[in-house]
Write a protein of this length. Sequence first.
Length: 233
Amino acid sequence: MGTAVALRHLAFEDLGLIEPWLRERGWRIHYHDVGVDELGTLDLAQVDLLVVLGGPIGAEEDARYPYLTEEVRLLRERIDSGRPLLGICLGAQLMARALGAAVRPMGRKEIGFSPLTLTPAARDTPLALIGDQSVLHWHGDQFALPPGVESLAATPVCPHQAFMVGDHAMAWQFHLEVDPARIEQWLIGHTGELTQAGLDLDALRAQAREHRRGLAQALDRVLSDWFARNRLA
């Protein structure tokens, strides 16, 4: 039985579909709420899997959210340790920053369900198992590629959607983990952003219903492969 710790920046942007997947396999799960719980209390040596979740703040907004500096330091420590780390959306951006890459606005929002274009570099990685399954995109910033790291996936408006460092550290700009049955929490929590972007909420609801089963299946394939590579029980 392993221990997973999730760094959470916003209450409803949690582990989503990852949580029942882990619990079915006997994992213990703990949430560490960034900005509330002290990051210095985390003993990474006792964490078998570290997951860094999303949120609406900018990955380089240290002046407004000073705990980001400590979070980036923690992620660099985890990457260097060679132990499993998954970053999602903001978490992926913070991983890129920890590796020396910049995170900047795209100039537009990418919100909604659509497939990824997997790069040739993704062929022998767990990301290849997403296939043509649509995933949820919900961001306005993008990360540059850290030195020596290849892009594993892209969309027409965002050329870097995923990367890996070895087999142990995996970063997703997109959301494969979101439980479509709980999409209303996102629609309520991000109402200002959605209104500003002029998005059709009923269209997002319909997309969530359409892709619910496929997302769960794709997540299972990707995590099963990644866990096997990292010998996680």
